[in-house]
Write a protein that binds this ligand. Sequence first.
Ligand code: ADP
Ligand code: MG
Length: 315
Amino acid sequence: MTGKREPGGPEPSRPPELRELEARARERSAGAEPGDGALVVCDNLVRVYRTEDVEVQALQGLNLTVDEGECTALVGASGSGKSTLLSILSGLDLPTAGAARVAGHDLLAMGRRERLGYRRATVGFVWQQTGRNLLPYLTALENVALPMKYTRVPRSRRTARAAELLGVLGVAHCRDRRPAELSGGEQQRVAVAVATANTPRVLLADEPTGELDTASGEDVFAALRRANEELGATVLVVTHDPLVSEQVRRTVRIRDGRTSTETLRSADRTGAEEFAVLDRAGRLQLPGDYVARYGLRGRVRLTAEDDHVGVWPDG
Ligand code: ADP
Ligand code: MG
């Protein structure tokens, strides 16, 4: 199955940017070891929550690879496991099984000290609830400077960097105000500054625009883009907002605790193509609309063609 290409038809002309993304996607799914050289690698990740006698499988063998420098949107229905994944990647939660590696850190094997260092300097986090990201009794500048205190950055450098970050993220005017004196959008942009204070390799954001109106949401998303493009953070953002997922090159859809499909867009975001994610065992989840459109049920017939695999309804 190769997307929407006609079997044996001519290679459609696609922007070179999109081809490059496709080549990377192919490498991603073809490598013997998943994610060689990738910044974030989740391999068959499982997270089971057990309460009394109920068991919830929040992640059921999730595979995800993110290269350094990518800006990726994570989408999926409520309860599909997006927040669970982000908690694991942030070092707050531990998976039940599988493997997760971020910037050389093995998230399952990490000891207490490594975990602390990881959370302070390797990842940054922005929560949906604006109130959870900032300390209410500190000004914006003090909030941004605080994480650098934990990594022992000298005071003068802390202040200078905090001011610089507020400028880059478009909230320089907020520097001496406390969170209660800021709008929701301003609070979230300051939160992006806090999360990037220690130049993390990965910036995780869980529905950062969820509580905001469209215009403020766009400002916050612009701040995330800056964090990606100008501050060099690899960004992984959970969002329900189609405006956000349409603006990133790569959108990963999570369904039932697994990565189901990926959409890759060309640099100018005019072309988009959908990909399914193949796991190491060769398992593939077909998009629901394909299943419905071709009446695929139970057993499907496979045909090996020169350069693709055909999937046919049985009978
Ligand atoms: P999403 O962020 O995509 O909405 P979550 O990762 O929050 O999904 O949740 C995935 C599933 O795990 C849901 O069924 C949710 O009810 C369950 N879940 C999440 N956190 C816990 C928890 N601490 N205890 C028990 N079940 C949980
Ligand atoms: Mg969630």
